[in-house]
Design a protein around this ligand. Structure first.
Ligand code: TXA
Ligand code: MG
Length: 325
């Protein structure tokens, strides 16, 4: 495994690896992805294997722009409105698979829909354009761990399973993309993420929220949305307004209780964008020997706060039967 500087040459080499069916870890504005050619069943199978995902939870296919997306999904007016305002960016659209779509069946886990997104990160853009194929990419971590927002997180988590990691430094958004289902009559928010509900509704009007933690049919529709997807190995306690000595505190804002073994502040000034960008790196940093539990202060539930609170609730859900590895 090696972290390589992203240059014209290394990106060309990465594109060659992808076209030959190999895997490459690369930065997006949300989190690092473990990419493979989305049209190659064996490459997609290798992604599941590298992540150790026991179930075939469908993957997002990444494309440079809306014009490219149209080749793989049945595009519609709502998708067009969203893409023209929020793409490239942290928004994934779930649309019906188009007739003859070359996206690997394994990438969509047999569903008749495809999740597609155009990331804005310049290295991701350059890689997609050099590859000339849609790139299937889940977050570049072993299943059950928090998503990587720095190249060293990818190296720590995947080791030799990520043969090449393109270095883009820290991810600016820091939480995964928003997943919006446009395959039915009403747009449904399947996963809150980097594109806020407010920004989406400004473009297309009201959207429906799926259950925060769905069960039954809803869970089958978005199989990644199980309870404990973003789990540190220590227990997580939410809504903390005081702390004990054996706890690591994930703070927010300028009024921070004292007495924790270690405190990290998502955003001393209370800025949700800064908090999202710091979230996973700070959860990793607090998930360390000597700390018995991670206590988390309340985070406002607006804008990026929806995505932050969603990830925190999943991290706190210690229901092993639902643990998505
Ligand atoms: O920001 C992101 O979205 C990152 C970067 C690398 O792009 N990727 C990412 O992928 O978070 P992953 O595999 O961790 O999450 C993909 C989510 C899962 O919740 C999955 O269930 C959902 O998208 N999904 C994928 N295809 C779907 C489909 N056809 N229908 C409904 N949900 C789908
Ligand atoms: Mg993931």
């Amino acid at each position: 495994m090696s972290v390589v500087e992203a240059t014209v040459e290394s990106i060309a080499a990465a594109a060659r690896t992808l076209r030959e069916g190999g895997l490459v870890a690369f930065p997006t504005e949300t989190v690092y992805g473990l990419g493979g050619d989305a049209t190659n069943e064996r490459a997609v199978a290798a992604i599941f294997e590298a992540k150790n995902r026991p179930q075939f939870n469908p993957l997002i296919s990444h494309v440079p722009d809306a014009a490219t997306a149209r080749a793989f999904v049945r595009w519609n007016d709502t998708a067009e409105k969203l893409a023209s305002t929020l793409w490239p960016g942290p928004l994934t659209l779930v649309l019906p698979r188009s007739e003859g779509s070359p996206i690997a069946l394994l990438a969509t886990a047999g569903l008749d829909t495809v999740a597609i997104r155009a990331p804005s990160h310049p290295i991701a853009q350059a890689l997609m354009r050099a590859t000339g194929r849609p790139i299937a990419a889940p977050s570049a971590n072993r299943s059950g761990e928090v998503s990587p927002t720095r190249p060293e997180h990818v190296a720590q988590s995947l080791g030799a399973r990520a043969p090449m990691i393109l270095d883009g430094g820290p991810c600016l958004v820091g939480v995964e993309s928003t997943v919006l289902d446009l395959s039915g009559d009403m747009p449904i928010l399947l996963r809150p993420g980097g594109a806020t509900r407010e920004a989406i509704e400004a473009a297309i009007g009201p959207i429906a929220l799926s259950d925060a933690i769905p069960t039954g049919d809803a869970a089958r529709k978005s199989p990644g949305q199980l309870h404990s997807h973003y789990a540190p190995s220590r227990p997580v306690r939410l809504e903390a307004t005081s702390v004990s000595r054996d706890e690591g505190l994930l703070a927010f804002g300028d009024t921070v209780p004292t007495g924790a073994m270690l405190t990290m502040n998502l955003s001393p000034s209370g800025n949700l964008g800064e908090a999202a960008a710091n979230l996973f790196a700070m959860m990793r940093a607090l998930d360390r020997p000597g700390i018995g539990r991670i206590a988390v202060m309340p985070v406002p539930h607006t804008g990026l706060g929806l995505a932050i609170n969603d990830r925190l609730r999943r991290a706190a859900a210690d229901d092993d039967s639902n643990r998505q590895r």
